[in-house]
Design a protein around this ligand. Structure first.
Ligand code: ATP
Length: 520
């Protein structure tokens, strides 16, 4: 097993053992690509949502939120293009009977070539030592340049055949590249076919009157159909945005890599309505703003990269992904799309209702253009969890597993621990919690030695532990212990609120984000 697969396995096991993520309906052996969030998972997930929601709606006076229904009128999906075009190219291996996404097989082939580049770079870096110039090497080493050209030409060919719906060429490409089935090892492939990813269901009890419905495959359409409602009731002036967090459903052909690709997942999307012709400028700004949002969490920049789309969706005139370095390599975490006026125009045509905005400055009406930012909440959860998971060897040679989560997102922000279970220490601990829990998720733990209790809190990522001992009864001081440094400090009980405010509050994170944005 590669170290990367090993890392993912450890994260999955840890997530289950510590109440973050369980396989769905596990007592019935689970359901493919569906997961349940446990007691700590739901807290972390809610914190990610809060960070996204407040940074969008509270920190931007021109962005408001909505919460639309999952069920929508079926014509919505005709207008959006999903009925006709929300397909993935599918291919089966005749020997293993396994099903794959044809484009993913090709992308994985490219990822292997990329690994070869990385190996060359690592080797060269060792050889040249401090004088190594990575950029220069990438641009001039003939073998690396060849690999890069190979990747580019494969990606361009794939993009072209997908754009032209030339599925026969996608199959030819798979054959020419000699891609084999990871299970059977054979090249015995079926033709490539299109597969619609929407789940359908029925509304109404009587079969003859029932209406065919779809479970929404993206939250964006709930925003588009409410454009006029929000614009008028909120007297919104362009440019303005509408944000939403909610469930989306896709019947993914292959769903693996844990919560990276699920059939039921959550999206955090924001549609920004702008005047036609200004969309590229807003698109560039949102790319930067979104990257900033990620970086404010303290996850280092080398974990992120932009990837501009070659194969644009039917609605877009520009699109980029923010890719993240997951345990299985760089993959899409978030999309920033310039969606033109495609959606609003199409809803206007299908509904027969005029969906336009009167721009008082320009003294004319138009269908606004849209720049969208769309991030998968579950993918963000995995990004955070996988970078946080750390195994450390301590000075005494023991190991500790610690989740170095961004402190304001930790499920439990503070644990209060009485040194012993008697002599009035539990009562003092409880009285401290009573104050702190008005602002924070605080946990009380009195079982086992203090060392073991610290380890338990490390394993769920609690940034601050407060230990109450006998002296605390007299001097009203406690020991504060910090997760990452394991530094311990004696402080007064009265100063705890300030310490938490500084170290773990959502406000501290939003402040950091604001400062980074202001300095743009
Ligand atoms: P992919 O190419 O990985 O299938 P996509 O390009 O279809 O993703 P979008 O339609 O742009 O994804 O959706 C926006 C975001 O929603 C993605 O960036 C991702 O974070 C999230 N997302 C999409 N599909 C899934 C899924 N099956 N499970 C979890 N998150 C998803």
């Amino acid at each position: 097993m590669s170290t990367r697969e090993d890392a993912l396995k450890k994260i999955i096991a840890h997530a289950k053992e510590y109440g973050f993520i369980f396989p769905s309906s596990e007592i019935y052996d689970g359901l493919a690509a569906t997961y349940d969030y446990g007691q700590n998972g739901v807290l972390l997930k809610n914190k990610i949502k809060e960070y996204w929601w407040r940074s969008m709606t509270q920190l931007h006076s021109n962005i408001v939120g909505i919460d639309a229904a999952i069920f929508m009128h079926p014509t919505t999906w005709k207008a959006s293009g999903h009925v006709d075009a929300f397909n993935d190219p599918l291919i089966d291996n005749k020997d293993s009977k396994k099903r794959y996404r044809a484009d993913v097989l090709i992308e994985e082939h490219c990822a292997k070539i990329e690994q070869k580049i990385n190996k060359e770079v690592d080797k060269a870096a060792k050889r040249f030592g401090d004088s190594f110039d990575r950029e220069m090497y990438l641009q001039t080493n003939p073998r690396v340049v060849n690999y890069q050209q190979e990747i580019e030409s494969i990606q361009q060919r794939l993009a072209k055949s997908l754009t032209n719906s030339d599925l026969a060429d996608v199959k030819s490409l798979i054959e020419e590249l000699g891609i084999v089935c990871p299970v059977s090892g054979s090249r015995n492939w079926t033709e490539v076919r299109q597969f619609n990813l929407m789940f359908s269901t029925k509304l109404g009890a009587a079969a003859e009157n029932a209406t065919d419905l779809y479970l929404r495959p993206e939250t964006a359409q709930g925003i588009f159909v409410n454009f006029l409602n929000v614009q008028r009731s909120g007297r919104m002036k362009i440019p303005f945005g509408i944000a939403q967090i909610g469930k989306a459903f896709r019947n993914e052909i292959i769903a693996r890599q844990f919560i990276f690709r699920m059939r039921e997942f959550e999206q955090m999307e924001m549609q920004y309505f702008v005047a036609p012709g200004t969309e590229m400028q807003h698109y560039e700004t949102w790319k930067q703003l979104r990257l900033n949002w990620h970086l404010a969490l303290g996850i280092t920049e080398d974990n992120y990269r932009f990837h501009d789309h070659d194969n644009l969706a039917h609605y877009a005139n520009a699109a980029a992904d923010i890719e993240f370095q997951f345990p299985f390599g760089f993959k899409e975490l978030e999309g920033i799309h310039s969606r033109t006026d495609f959606d609003l125009k199409s809803h206007q045509e299908h509904s027969g209702k005029k969906i336009q905005y009167f721009d008082a400055e320009q003294n004319q009406s138009y269908v606004p253009y849209v720049v969208e930012t769309s991030i998968g909440l579950d993918r963000m959860f995995l990004a955070i969890l996988s970078t946080a998971y750390t195994e450390e060897t301590l000075e005494d040679n023991s190991t500790r597993v610690v989740l170095k989560l961004p402190a304001p997102l930790a499920p439990i922000q503070c644990a209060v621990l009485p040194l012993v279970r008697k002599d009035g220490l539990p009562e003092l601990a409880e009285s401290i919690i009573k104050d702190l829990r008005l602002d924070y998720q605080v946990e009380y733990d009195e079982k086992d030695s203090i060392g073991k209790r610290y380890r338990r809190q490390d394993a769920i990522g609690t940034p601050v532990c407060v230990t109450v001992d006998h002296d605390s009864l007299q001097d009203r001081q406690v020991t504060v212990r910090f997760r990452d440094s394991m530094e311990q400090r004696r402080v007064s009980i009265d100063s705890l609120a300030d310490i938490l405010q500084q170290e773990v509050s959502m406000k501290s994170l939003l402040k950091k984000l604001t400062q980074a944005t202001n300095s743009l």
